[in-house]
Design a protein around this ligand. Structure first.
Ligand SMILES: [Zn+2]
Length: 301
């Protein structure tokens, strides 16, 4: 079934910020019809494909889907706690939601992108705040708080369709993660600084590009018209934000996984010395490195 813009009322305001209102004009017809999302990014709609509203913003989500799915599978196989499997699946869920959103620019799909960002952020929080607990313990109070928080944010956002609300909440979650990570590398495991700082730097670079894409949209669009299409694709900074935040999030899960494994290894080492018991470590201690190299391979091949 095809739907067209013809005879429809004018589309809603492109964005909520005045300075964002310089976004791409969606003057092309597309398979998914008139955008109903409250956000529309700088990439020109239906410029590459009739079936994909924002082509580069859509396909760039592969980086958020494939490596995390592998990470989840590997973590599950290695018998590592289920929270880390869920953390990887959380990134993949955001990737799938983001794919659907940028492909269709429909409001329901936008929710499928934005709400999993909050849910996966809560899982990340649980992982880094519970990393120094005994093996196989479950902190029901923290789970209840995070669940209550996720449900509240969902209910408010369904009523109050204000993207800034979502962005502020997500920013708060990321800030909590950063503060906790900085505490851990400053006071507990300084040897994990490189991994933590790399994750943070990659994420911040992505955030910088996200802002550039919003603020200098018209400049980027006119520059794209003067260069070959593939070179122009390199100026799709929202797509680069997907790639960098996908990598940053993946590295963050590896970081929290490494903290947990290091802690459990230390505990089982102490047990070994005291009780002459055997090592309780998950099967594959080296899996963190393996997962990292898988991601790097995915990026370059
Ligand atoms: Zn996006």
């Amino acid at each position: 079934m095809y739907r067209y813009y013809g005879n429809l009322p004018p589309p809603p305001l492109r964005n909520y910020f005045t300075f964002f209102s310089i976004m791409a004009p969606y003057d092309r017809l597309g398979y998914w019809g008139r955008p109903t999302s409250t956000l529309d990014w700088c990439e020109e709609n239906y410029a590459v494909s009739f079936y994909i509203a924002e082509f580069w913003n859509t396909v760039s989500n592969l980086i958020m889907i494939v490596p995390p799915l592998y990470g989840a599978l590997q973590t599950f196989r290695d018998g590592i706690e289920i929270r880390f499997v869920l953390a990887f699946l959380g990134i993949a869920a955001v990737g799938v939601g983001s794919w659907c959103f940028h492909m269709t620019l429909q409001y329901e799909m936008q929710l499928l992108d934005e709400l999993p960002m909050i849910y996966s952020g809560c899982i990340f929080l649980y992982c880094v705040y519970e990393c120094f607990k005994q093996e196989k313990t479950v902190h029901f109070l923290l789970i209840t708080i995070l669940l209550g928080f996720s449900i509240s944010v969902t209910l408010v956002y369904l009523q109050w369709k204000e993207p800034v609300f979502h962005q502020v909440v997500y920013g708060m979650l990321v800030s909590c993660l950063v503060l906790r990570s900085l505490f851990i590398v400053s006071w507990v495991y300084p040897n994990l600084r490189r991994l933590a700082y790399t994750s943070l730097a990659v994420f911040l670079l992505g955030f910088a590009l996200w802002n550039i894409d919003n603020l200098f949209c018209s400049t980027l669009q006119s520059a794209r018209k003067r260069v070959p299409p593939l070179v122009g694709a390199m100026t799709q900074f929202h797509a680069l934000w997907h790639i960098l935040t996908g990598l940053g999030s993946y590295l963050h899960v590896l970081f929290s996984l490494q903290i947990r494994i290091t802690y459990l290894k230390h505990r089982s080492y102490v047990k070994l010395k005291v009780c002459a018991g055997h090592n309780m470590m998950p099967k594959s201690y080296s899996s963190v490195k393996g997962l990292f190299f898988t991601f790097v391979m995915f990026l370059f091949y």
